[in-house]
Design a protein around this ligand. Structure first.
Ligand SMILES: Nc1ncnc2c1ncn2[C@@H]1O[C@H](COP(=O)(O)OP(=O)(O)OP(=O)(O)O)[C@@H](O)[C@H]1O
Ligand SMILES: [Mg+2]
Length: 366
């Protein structure tokens, strides 16, 4: 390698992964790799297949073709296959996990990168885990006085033992339509809209297939607003965007398959609602201790103009047509600049945490 190349920051792009959003990750990683500023960064793609194997130097297009043999001779594939973690430590200056969902966005990968001492893009372990868990997320929003729709947590144990009583209690507290959701899964998988008692029974059973905890939530007719957040200590909000799904709700088909949902950027809102949405998005991001990036999804109840926090995606979609880069583009930060800022924010965060005292022994010695 010539000197110029070695002086560049080596950015490992992790993509693929074991979640249902594997294919979305391939599309996101393609866009990130295309946008990476090669004057400053040397990209190193690493593909994670659906079984948990790691493949260095496999590009998203190789992965899509099923070709996982690295064509890059500078990468010792066997090292990585035998000991991917040591390999990562040696090869990466910073890691950009472009992984959505379970084992990528939920704090587990972030934990691994923390243990390896590697700087990475996006929120840390706790923020990632909290954002993935719809129940803990709602509890945290409530603790911060931030608005969420009325909801109730139901456990598998309750469902298996006393489903009729559970449904009685839900009906006493919430009014149809209701949404049933597995607590810890994304991409609208396992989510149902329930109009009546028999729907609710079916919805609870469906969600329980995916998780031992089920969130039951008051249904409204929302306008769906999304705000992109960027920053560490002083997170900034993008302009507000709106999604108008063509289907009855923004389900997996609407998100990834049909592509017919309408994106409005900026959302047609009065100035005050737009500002309130941005402030709420930043408050929610701060509440989970978010750093780097996040896409905050809000519901606006069209009947009374009230805003609710729905969820935060800590590794939002990064394809050319994804909301996160589009919102920043509309806010004056183009795709390339966005990726550069995200990497710099990850490095900044790592510099800050490296100065912290981590051991009890060190405390005693001081
Ligand atoms: N309480 C509700 N009232 C009306 N519509 C809802 C409600 N909850 C969810 N929806 C609809 O279902 C969609 C998916 O729900 P939600 O965003 O909670 O889960 P998710 O999409 O699985 O999570 P992720 O966005 O991380 O993949 C929403 O975008 C919205 O269209
Ligand atoms: Mg969602």
């Amino acid at each position: 390698m010539d000197r110029q190349v070695t002086e560049k920051l080596r950015v490992v792009i992790l993509f693929g992964g074991r979640s249902g959003e594997h294919d979305v990750s391939l599309a996101s990683a393609t866009s990130v790799l295309n946008a990476l500023d090669v004057n400053r960064f040397a990209p190193l793609p690493v593909y994670l297949d659906q079984h948990g194997n790691w493949f260095p130097g496999t590009s998203p297009s190789d992965a899509a073709r099923g070709d996982t043999v690295s064509s890059d001779s500078t990468i010792a594939a066997c090292d990585l296959l035998n000991d991917p973690f040591r390999w990562l430590q040696n090869q990466a200056d910073v890691v950009f996990p472009v992984l959505h969902g379970t084992y990528g966005e939920d704090g587990t990968m972030q934990g691994l990168l923390e243990i390896l001492g590697l700087p990475y893009v996006g929120p840390g372990v706790a923020a990632s885990a909290v954002a993935m868990d719809k129940a803990i997320f709602k509890q945290l929003m409530e603790a911060h006085g931030l608005p969420v729709l009325p909801w109730q947590l139901v456990t598998a144990k309750q469902l298996d033992a006393e489903v009729d009583q559970v449904i009685d209690q839900l009906e006493a507290k919430l009014a149809y339509p209701l949404f049933t959701k597995p607590a810890n899964l994304g991409s609208s998988v396992g989510i149902s809209r329930c109009e009546d008692r028999s729907d609710l029974l079916a919805g609870l059973k469906e969600a329980r297939r995916y998780d031992l905890r089920v969130v039951v939530e008051q249904g409204i007719r929302p306008r769906e607003l999304e705000i992109a957040i960027l920053g560490n200590d002083d997170p900034q909000a993008s302009v507000v965007g709106e999604i108008r799904p063509q289907r009855s709700f923004y389900d997996y088909t609407a998100k990834y398959l049909s592509g017919d949902s309408e994106l409005l950027i900026p959302a047609p809102l009065d100035a005050r609602t737009a500002r309130d949405s941005q402030e709420l998005a930043i408050a929610a991001f701060r509440a989970i201790d978010g750093v780097g990036m996040g896409r905050v999804d809000l519901f606006l109840d069209a009947t009374d103009d009230r805003l609710y926090v729905n969820e935060i995606n800590t590794i939002p979609g990064f394809t050319e047509i994804s909301m996160f880069p589009k919102l920043w583009n509309a806010s004056g930060i183009g795709y390339r600049e966005l990726v550069t800022q995200l990497i710099d924010l990850g490095l900044e965060r790592a510099r800050q945490t490296q100065t912290l005292t981590r051991t009890y022994r060190a405390l005693v010695a001081e």
